[in-house]
Design a protein around this ligand. Sequence first.
Ligand code: AMP
Length: 409
Amino acid sequence: MKVFVLNCGSSSLKYQLINMKNEKVIAKGLVEKIGENISYLNYKTEANNEIEIEEKISDHNQAIEMVLEILQNKEYGVLENMDEINIVGHRVVHGGEKFSGSVLIDEEVIKALKENIKLAPLHNPANIMGIEVSRKLMPNTPDVGIFDTAFHQSMPKKSYLYAVPYKWYEENGVRRYGFHGTSHKYVSERGAKLLGRDYKDLKIISCHLGNGASITAIEAGKVIDTSMGLTPLDGLVMGTRSGDLDTGIIPYIMKERNMNIEEIDQALNKESGVLGISGVSNDFRDIGEAAEAGNKRAKLALDIFCRRVKKYIGSYAALLGRVDLLIFTAGIGENAINVRKKITSNMDCFGIEIDNNKNNCRGKEIKISSDNSKVDVYVIPTNEELVIAREAKNVVEDHVKNIIKELIG
Ligand code: AMP
């Protein structure tokens, strides 16, 4: 069975074709700058065939069509024809309260996704576009939606409600939803496997530290709290997003700087975070270099980022009452040695101690806690595409089983 995983952003798309027999990636790549004068398409196969195309790609329809053509190319393709794709798995950012698990997509689901656009106006329209194009180009192939928010739907009400007028929740859907759910699910399940323990017996804190960053407390396989909220702006300091904020700043600065709500939204989402503090970059490699060269604001940005993660680990340890496993994942979590070191420094009171030699590594699955550490600390590279492919396969298989059950009465 082959699953085609599609992750559509507003001007980009990432794709992977996965063979579910061995869970190996047959081909993968991305298309960037869709709709601009020059777009980039990248394609790489398991056998290391690689293609780079630079030309105008007008929209997602054209981008997906090009990818499907390349996949079937006589010379460097990996498919005889499109029918070899058994399922398409789509990453969908916001499932709202309606979707607590992955779903087979039909007209009803698309309608519900459109109703959720107001909750994720930057992300959901592109995800829906990908689904609609896929349904048009591969009408006989089932599409499955896998939601960033779904894993977090197990959170109790006391975690997800904000202390605002209750009717905001009831009438407008204002609550914590959480994001990066597929990543937190993957690394926490993988972590349990690495420890050789039952997932249901573990208390886990998972830190997804990428350009977008979130942290999740998991107990017995259920999320008990997570740092992102109604939107992915909440919680940790990120590349360009502020994270937690005194909301009183918003009316204050709107008056002071004569800004409107769109400008505030832009500033908090695109001009804040470590970019806003450092003035250097949103990329931790650039910030690290600048800090080493003596740039004080770059150093401050790193300090503030690490301090916020540390604060969350402490508060989640208090909520969990015990921590068995602390996980670092995503671009920064997997690669930024100094960031991991700074976050975990002076945390022996929580039973967290890392071994600096073990921590001196990038991008691989490894235990970095010391022999004395009560908490196991791991770096686990995330694999959201694999979770999407597994979920898509399960949903379709369950659907087929149900049909057979109904047929045989
Ligand atoms: P992601 O959103 O998970 O793709 O993470 C992207 C971010 O990871 C980049 O913006 C960098 O800040 C960070 N990153 C990637 N590689 C490294 C590295 N070698 N050292 C430090 N940070 C890195």
